[in-house]
Design a protein around this ligand. Structure first.
Ligand code: AMP
Length: 282
């Protein structure tokens, strides 16, 4: 594992790889790594000759009242995990390297960035799109890997890649879960023992929503209610949203089509968690 901190060093390494005809896969992360991140590395390992992982806690995607300063940072463990997973290059730039003095240009995402997560977190997806564009331009990967866990992020990035003709293929990896259904997330470590138990409410609500969607005459309203009821029964949980959307546009759907996506966001204690499920998926 070779660790680099500057764009120049990253480009140097990857230019060499490319001269040798190798294809490059990029796995962008914010660190505090878990099996979800490592599953993306494993996908990249299968699809590409050279695997680059980045760790960068991107200030541009955090709102003023969000958890930027308390975002978990576990660098030594992260490096060991990436090494064990067979990553070739770890790119770990400073904030000044990514956003030098005078930085001013941003990627603006369309309406898809203003609903669901974007409604609660204004500016979040613009920050994501900006840093992902920069990472693509810094590394020039052939493929970039993102988790289905952040379904709206994938939709935003796919739209951006289409709209801006970015020469990279986006690969989505399935959500990795704990045995009880909780989707792995760097933020799970903030949960107390009681909150950790309550946090299964997201996957339980999604299951209930899917069950309702499989009933004859199902409507998205009934599916929403089924998810809502599960969350209401959990005293430590506060529902932000639970709804049925088109997976590509995030537009709300009246009917739970087989390719629709159930999306949910719940605050458990003081930790905001998200999850989703493709209706026809597994
Ligand atoms: P983050 O470090 O939270 O920005 O996540 C980096 C990448 O890992 C993103 O593409 C996430 O969607 C993905 N990811 C996070 N959690 C999971 C999970 N439980 N399963 C699969 N991928 C995940």
């Amino acid at each position: 594992l070779e660790t680099v901190h500057t764009v120049a060093a990253l480009r140097g390494l990857l230019a060499r790889a490319r001269r040798e005809g190798k294809e490059v896969g990029l796995v962008p992360t914010m660190g505090a790594l878990h099996r979800g991140h490592l599953s993306l590395v494993a996908l990249a390992r299968r699809g590409d000759d050279v695997v680059v992982a980045s760790i960068f806690v991107n200030p541009a995607q955090f709102g003023p009242n969000e958890d930027l300063t308390r975002y978990p940072r576990t660098r030594a463990e992260d490096v060991a995990l990436l090494q064990g997973a067979g990553v070739d290059v770890l790119f770990m730039p400073s904030v000044a390297e990514v956003y030098p003095r005078g930085f001013a240009t941003r990627v603006e995402v369309g309406p898809i960035g203003t609903v669901l997560e974007g409604k609660t977190r204004p500016g979040h997806f613009g920050g994501v799109a900006t840093v992902v564009t920069k990472l693509f331009n810094m590394g020039g990967p052939d493929r970039a890997y993102f988790g289905q866990k952040d379904a709206q992020q994938i939709a935003v990035i796919k739209q951006m890649v289409r709209d801006l003709d970015l020469p990279v293929s986006i690969v989505a990896g399935p959500t990795v879960r704990e045995d009880d259904g909780l989707a792995l997330s760097s933020r799970n470590r903030f949960l107390s023992a009681r909150e950790r138990t309550a946090a299964t409410v997201l996957s339980r609500a999604l299951q209930a929503g899917r069950q309702e969607a499989e009933e004859r005459g199902a409507t998205s309203e009934k599916v929403r209610l089924a998810m809502h009821d599960v969350v209401m029964a959990e005293p430590l949980a506060r529902l932000d949203y639970a709804t049925v959307v088109d997976a590509a546009t995030m537009d709300p759907l009246d009917e739970p089509r087989p390719d629709a996506l159930l999306v949910i966001a719940v605050v458990v204690g003081s930790t905001r968690l998200i999850d989703n499920m493709v209706l026809g998926g597994v």
